[in-house]
Design a binder for this molecule. Structure first.
Ligand code: URA
Length: 431
């Protein structure tokens, strides 16, 4: 029987634990031989003391070993994947997948649901009528081979340790610890089988990582974990001090993703997509560098190939790719600017929460989602607005919800006489 209390005490005292001790602890926790209260104490000890790179590696390996892994080697290709640490209005995977697939590179992604104020790719996809995110491992691999891409939910047997541990961390104030985040994300990426991964580490008010330094530390930890597991990882650090694009909320974001695939999307999302796709194509077996990758990604959008790849993918998962099929909210209301001037800052977490309060996200773990509602953020950082001009558009289920959302959203925008210094969407790249 594992002496969990001894491991907790040694970690609390700042000792380095051995790989087999961490492995035993994780596997015993999944078997329910170690109770939640001991694992919570362990996570808190890690939060204060941190983990060494060797411990982070051992924890990640143990998490991968806690469940099934997907074998994509039968495809005979270098398969790529992309993952974001989570933000507000982040629909980039829905665009990047089809762009990369249109360029002839297999894209295989297992995705998550919304977490706190951030939206989840699976929730967004489920606004598409008919679409299923539940594929067996065999169907997942078959679809990547036949259609060029798949984005599905994680199967129950993939990294079960992370499922339990994440839920525990969520309620014990131990989410925001670099080694715990890095092992959580990378264990899932390693188990899901892709050879090369682009990670989008969000930085800013709407992200888990609030500063560039913290984001860089997380990125370096994840690149190292990828290397140890024989996977190539490139991390982009990208701006989350305002929503990505304009749309925040599930069906609204699908619409914007499709517009971006058609070349008419917002500039920041378009740029982020081209940047991530260029890295993915450079990591693939096409034998191109990132400059050529970017050119091919641009061509895929301009030629309509990327949009065609999107339609093939959505149909393969049972969905109707037509925008007319998406649900719409009955109440659409403007949020007028109380002042004139430049948008100096947008309280991005608060804006994500306003969308969640409209019903676009979950207030509790089992709550259902209203796919039609959300916010379209019309004014972005640096924009000049006149008094009364719409800062945002609320899409609500009823008048009462819209009444509540308007003042909540008004407070999200800081307006002043000076325009803030412009900031690129991609802040840094770690590899
Ligand atoms: N996303 C994850 O999958 N895990 C974390 O710990 C944080 C964000």
């Amino acid at each position: 029987m594992i002496a969990a209390s001894e491991l907790i005490e040694r970690k609390r005292n700042g000792e380095e634990l051995a790989a087999d001790e961490l492995r035993e602890l994780v596997l015993a926790y999944v078997r329910e031989d170690v109770p939640d209260y001991q694992m919570a104490a362990f996570c808190m000890a890690v939060w204060f003391r941190g983990l060494t790179p060797a411990e982070t590696h051992a924890l990640t390996e143990a998490m991968v070993a806690s469940g099934d892994t997907i074998d994509l080697s039968g495809l005979g290709r270098r398969v790529v994947d992309k993952h974001s640490t989570g933000g507000v209005g982040d629909k980039a995977s829905l665009v990047i997948g089809p762009v990369v697939a249109a360029c002839g590179v297999p894209f295989a992604k297992m995705s998550g649901r919304g977490l706190g104020h951030t939206g989840g790719t699976l929730d967004k996809l489920e606004s598409i009528p008919g679409l299923t995110i539940e594929l067996s491992d065999e169907d997942f691999v078959r679809q990547v081979r036949d259609v060029g891409m798949a984005i599905v939910g994680q199967t129950a047997d993939l990294v079960p340790a992370d499922k339990r541990l994440y839920a525990l961390r969520d309620v014990t104030a131990t989410v925001d610890q670099v080694s715990l985040i890095a092992s959580s994300i990378m264990s899932k990426k390693i188990a899901a089988g892709a050879d090369a991964i682009v990670l989008d580490v969000k930085v800013g008010d709407g992200a888990f990582m609030k500063t560039l330094e913290a984001a860089r530390e997380l990125a370096e930890a994840m690149v190292d974990l990828g290397r140890e597991a024989g996977r190539e990882v490139v991390c982009e650090l990208t701006d989350m001090d305002q929503p990505l694009g304009h749309a925040v909320g599930n069906a609204l974001e699908i619409r914007e993703a499709v517009e971006t695939l058609q070349g008419t999307g917002p500039a920041d999302l378009h740029e982020l997509v081209l940047s991530a796709a260029s890295h993915l194509l450079a990591l693939s077996d096409l034998g191109v560098d990132a400059v050529e990758g970017r050119r091919r990604a641009e061509d895929a959008i301009a030629s309509g190939e990327a949009h065609a790849a999107y339609e093939r993918w959505i149909r393969a998962q049972g969905g109707d790719p037509s925008l007319d099929a998406l649900p719409t909210a009955p109440i659409v209301r403007e949020v007028p600017s109380p002042d004139e001037g430049h948008i100096q800052a947008i309280a991005t977490t608060a804006l994500g929460l306003a969308s969640l309060h409209l019903g676009a996200g979950r207030a509790t773990k089992d709550a259902s989602i209203d796919h039609a509602v959300g916010v379209v953020c019309r004014a972005k950082r640096g924009d000049r607005v006149a008094r009364g001009e719409p800062l945002a558009i609320v899409h609500a289920r009823d008048e009462h919800a819209a009444d509540r959302a308007v003042p909540e959203l008004t407070r999200c925008f800081r307006i002043g006489p000076e325009a803030p210094a412009p900031r690129p969407i991609v802040l840094d790249v770690v590899r």
